[in-house]
Design a protein around this ligand. Structure first.
Ligand SMILES: Cc1cc2nc3c(=O)[nH]c(=O)nc-3n(C[C@H](O)[C@H](O)[C@H](O)COP(=O)(O)O)c2cc1C
Length: 147
């Protein structure tokens, strides 16, 4: 079975809640996921998985969620060649139209730089995350079916 890790960074709990729904989707697809807060994750452990899923909210004006910054910096130069990957995150297009879910784009870019292949378009959740739980689960299930 494919080894899957999901690493998320979350300040107010929204990305964490989405991460749990994504994991539910994987479970429905028969795939187990190692779920980790980025504060407990190490970049080096990514190489032990076939699929890397990253979840991160956007803060400031188009910045990564605080806890994710160090992890992102440490990804620079790491080889993830042959790995599959996908990224999700919440944001707010009404308040931050110019930097909506920028963290998702940033993480997709660094994953590609590391040699990983993005296997599904990033999930950008706009505004209220409660109403997006079904979408997050469906997104996870869709990826599980691609493995
Ligand atoms: C001070 C502040 C800055 C934010 N900046 C952005 C931003 O630049 N782009 C965006 O899409 N969302 C932005 N947001 C919205 C957050 O990404 C959103 O509230 C998200 O759900 C928080 O997720 P978390 O609880 O997992 O950290 C901002 C929110 C706050 C309070």
């Amino acid at each position: 079975m494919a080894r899957v890790i999901l690493v998320y960074g979350s300040t107010t709990g929204n990305t964490e809640a989405l991460a749990e729904s994504v994991v539910e989707g994987f479970k429905k697809g028969g795939v187990n996921v190692t779920l980790k807060n980025v504060t407990e994750a190490d970049v080096d452990e990514l190489t032990g998985y076939d699929l890397i899923v990253l979840g991160c909210s956007t803060w400031g004006e188009g910045e990564l969620q605080d806890d994710f910054i160090e992890f992102y910096d440490r990804m620079e130069g790491v080889s993830l060649a042959g790995k599959k990957s996908a990224v999700f995150g919440p944001g707010d297009s009404e308040m931050y139209p110019d930097s909506f879910c920028k963290a998702v784009d940033m993480l997709e870019e660094i994953l590609a730089k590391c040699g990983a292949r993005i296997i599904l378009e990033g999930l950008k959740v706009d505004g209220d995350v409660e109403s997006a739980m079904g979408n997050a689960e469906a997104w996870g299930l869709k990826i599980a079916k691609l493995l």
